[in-house]
Design a protein around this ligand. Structure first.
Ligand code: ADP
Ligand code: ZN
Ligand code: ZN
Length: 714
């Protein structure tokens, strides 16, 4: 008799393992198949993760009831991956599998017929989302709904209306299945060609493609992709933000019109199932995906590209707390697929790997068409204040903005905060208004004239007097995007301004419209948070202002220097991407900090060297591994006590393998009335031993939250 090891897809006790079931005579079962099994008094779905021979003691096992698929939904490569994830990210096997398989697939949903849409005749209408959609379909004939959803959040109703009025027609599948590719619009330069031939000549190799902003990395990806697709291979392109996918998709599908797919959190179940199946066929295709696309069950994966590989959005914050770059590195190895990590400002982990020779290292040192990198200037805001300028903009930045507007060029202003005025402060007693539930300051929102907590969403009306001393000298302080907008409006009343932050960009529709507005020159100034610092390619932008470079420099997180450096260089990279040269003005109270000085000279090497020194000294990644353990509860005393006990236990169990730091109060001690305490575990060499111990601790303490290599330590 054979035994099937089954992971049951249900939150049952003993979540940390697979269960053994007997395979009835005549049932042909392989690893990776969905099955129905008896569980308690009822039945449950599960996935077979291994097949073994029975041992005498296992005679009493219950039997598998039915196999649900004619073929396995998971390959052995993915089952191995799940085991590896459980160890690396200190999670249980069922959690790893859950993250890998979309729920629609676990439920056994089957793919549907695909409809293609095209426009008929002309349609004129006032500017509305419906007209925008019609125009888009007109520009993308034979588009599918999946494709529309890359750009529009919810095209369903509008599409129905367009079909009803006859301006759009739907047809069934029309694909000829012949691979089509359109030529590149550019004459690639020597650096680009050298990069392409190096990558192409070493299939299966892993690379850092370090190219300054605007050096044409995407054209390198496209050329390598073309070779992969022409040979019948499949490829995955990971991009950091959902917001970036419409733009990226347009560029890729312009090149490979029938073979470009996207994968992100806004797909419907049907679309997920469709793509989940497509990648399991022989079809040559490229999937542009957000983080979770790293788990798609490709058959012929030959290339993985991770664009902006340093982005923290590749780290999943919830269980299992995986990093898509690490998973991609592992999957590329299993497939013998080529991996390209693209960035202008690589993560320290990747920079270190390249310097050690663990991965190949290709540089694109200059911008395309001999365009120059922007000139970067630092303004010391302390001196600005000393000379009597109390405003938010230095004289340097104001002059640059005026000059750009006069020449009808565009301006980007960055801030890494949102909302109008970060906080409210009493000038009589110095008290700032804080949230009664969380240890953070409240943010003033001018549109509703109220204060809001960004952690728990607590709100209160803007008071007229200080609650502490009753003084009426209570004012907004700091700078938020809305306040920057107001100030630009006051100084340059003729300027057309748009705002881009998480409050104003609530959907991909609004993001796409903003992108269009700005690229078509219908606005002069874009004020935004760092979300617009990435990827955006606006050729008419010549001035970038970093309004307050040091917000973020003093976060209690060992990566704050790295992030500030990357943010500054990336933001600077938005300037002068077109014909006109660009300039960047960095306003800061810390002009001598190395993250700022090296960002200003755009000297990645110098920054990496200095940062690696610091990391090595303190044993931080890439020189060691780190885990963040968090305990929380409403009774602070009890949490402290539990954390203390846990810390002692850990010190004993990990003994010589790792250092145990803390427990200490989390930087944000109280969130939603829960007190939070942290313990850090750090090791230089015994990663496996530590993660096994931590996994044991996790099953003994289910309330404990463990993060491997934490990126969000507040
Ligand atoms: P990166 O991703 O390195 O920032 P992109 O690939 O987005 O750079 O390229 C920057 C701009 O230059 C894009 O508008 C791109 O279409 C254009 N471009 C890329 N390669 C060339 C080339 N060889 N000649 C002219 N323009 C190019
Ligand atoms: Zn007061
Ligand atoms: Zn709060």
């Amino acid at each position: 008799m054979k035994i099937a090891e089954v992971v049951v897809d249900r939150p049952v006790r003993g979540l940390d393992r697979a269960w053994s079931y007997a395979i009835p005579e005549g049932m042909d079962l392989v690893s990776g198949t969905r099955v129905e099994v008896p569980l308690g008094a009822g039945k449950a779905f599960g996935i077979v993760v291994a097949i073994s021979d029975s041992k005498p003691a296992q005679i009493e096992l219950k039997s598998v009831l039915a196999a649900l698929d004619p073929y396995p939904v998971l390959t052995s490569e993915m089952i191995d991956l799940a085991h590896w994830m459980a160890e690396r990210y200190v999670c249980f096997l069922p959690q790893a599998l859950r993250a890998m398989i979309p729920s629609a697939v676990r439920r056994g949903m089957k793919p549907k017929v695909i409809w293609h849409y095209h426009t008929v005749g002309e349609r004129t209408g006032r500017s509305s989302l419906k007209q925008t959609l019609w125009q888009w379909i007109h520009e993308h004939p034979q588009a599918t709904r999946v494709e529309m959803q890359k750009v529009f959040t919810n095209p369903g109703t509008l599409l129905k209306a367009l079909v009803a009025e006859g301006s759009v027609v739907a047809t069934r599948e029309i694909k000829g299945k012949e691979f089509r590719v359109n030529p590149s619009p550019y004459q690639l330069n020597e650096d680009q060609l050298a990069a392409i031939s190096a990558i192409d000549s070493a299939p299966g190799r892993q690379w850092l493609l370090e190219g300054v902003t605007g050096s044409g990395k995407t054209e390198v990806y496209l050329a390598v992709l073309q070779k992969v697709l022409q040979r019948g291979g499949q490829a995955l392109v990971l991009v950091p933000e959902i917001a970036l996918t419409p733009q990226t998709w347009e560029r890729f599908s312009a090149r490979f019109p029938d073979s470009t797919y996207v994968w992100h959190s806004n797909l419907t179940d049907g679309e997920r199932v469709q793509l989940w199946q497509a990648v399991q066929t022989d079809e040559p295709l490229v999937v542009i995906a957000a983080r979770s696309g790293v788990f798609l069950p490709f058959q012929h994966l030959r290339l993985i590209v991770i664009d902006e590989e340093q982005e923290t959005s590749y780290k999943q914050e919830d269980h299992p707390r995986y990093h898509a770059r690490e998973v991609a590195i592992r999957r590329a190895k299993s497939f013998g697929a080529t991996l390209i990590l693209g960035s202008a400002t690589p993560s320290l982990e990747t920079a270190w790997n390249a310097r050690q020779g663990h991965i190949g290292w290709i540089k694109l040192p200059s911008r395309v068409m001999q365009r120059s990198l922007p000139e970067m200037r630092v303004v010391d805001m302390r001196q600005e204040l000393a000379t009597g300028n109390r405003g938010m903009f230095s004289k340097t930045l104001m002059d640059a903005i005026s000059a750009a507007l006069e020449r009808e060029q565009q301006v980007l202003l960055f801030l890494n905060r949102r909302g109008f005025s970060t906080f409210v402060l009493c000038r009589s007693c110095g008290k700032a208004l804080g949230c009664p539930h969380c240890a953070v300051t409240l943010t003033y929102h001018s549109d509703q004239d109220h204060l809001r907590c960004h952690y728990c969403d607590f709100t209160m009306p803007m008071p007229t007097h200080c609650p502490a001393c009753r003084s009426d000298k209570i004012r907004y302080f700091g700078a938020g995007t809305e306040r920057v907008v107001a100030e630009v409006q006051r100084l340059w009343p003729q300027a057309r301004i748009v705002r881009a932050d998480r409050d104003s960009l609530t959907s991909r529709d609004s993001y796409y419209q903003l992108y269009r507005t700005f690229i078509q020159g219908q606005a002069d100034v874009l004020v935004g948070t760092q979300m617009i610092a990435k990827g955006m390619d606006f050729p008419r932008v010549t001035v970038v202002g970093i309004v307050a470079a040091d917000l973020g420099l003093h976060f209690p997180d060992f990566r704050s220097g790295e992030r500030t450096f990357q943010l500054l260089v990336q933001s600077g990279g938005r300037a002068g991407r077109g014909i006109d040269p660009g300039q960047v003005v960095v306003q800061t109270y810390n002009p001598e900090h190395y993250a700022i000085t090296h960002a200003v000279t755009q000297d990645v090497d110098a920054f990496v060297r200095q940062e690696l020194e610091m990391r090595q000294e303190l044993g931080y990644p890439p020189f060691g591994s780190l885990w963040l353990l968090e305990l929380s509860g409403t009774d602070e005393g009890a949490v402290i006590q539990a954390a203390q006990q846990l810390g002692d236990q850990l010190s004993v169990r990990l003994a010589n393998n790792a250092a145990v730091l803390g427990p200490s109060a989390a930087p944000l001690l109280k969130i939603r009335n829960h007190y939070r305490y942290h313990i850090l575990v750090r090791t230089a060499s015994n990663e496996l031993a530590v993660s096994r111990t931590l996994l044991e601790m996790q099953s003994e303490h289910p309330e404990l939250s463990i993060t491997t290599d934490p990126y969000f330590m507040l």
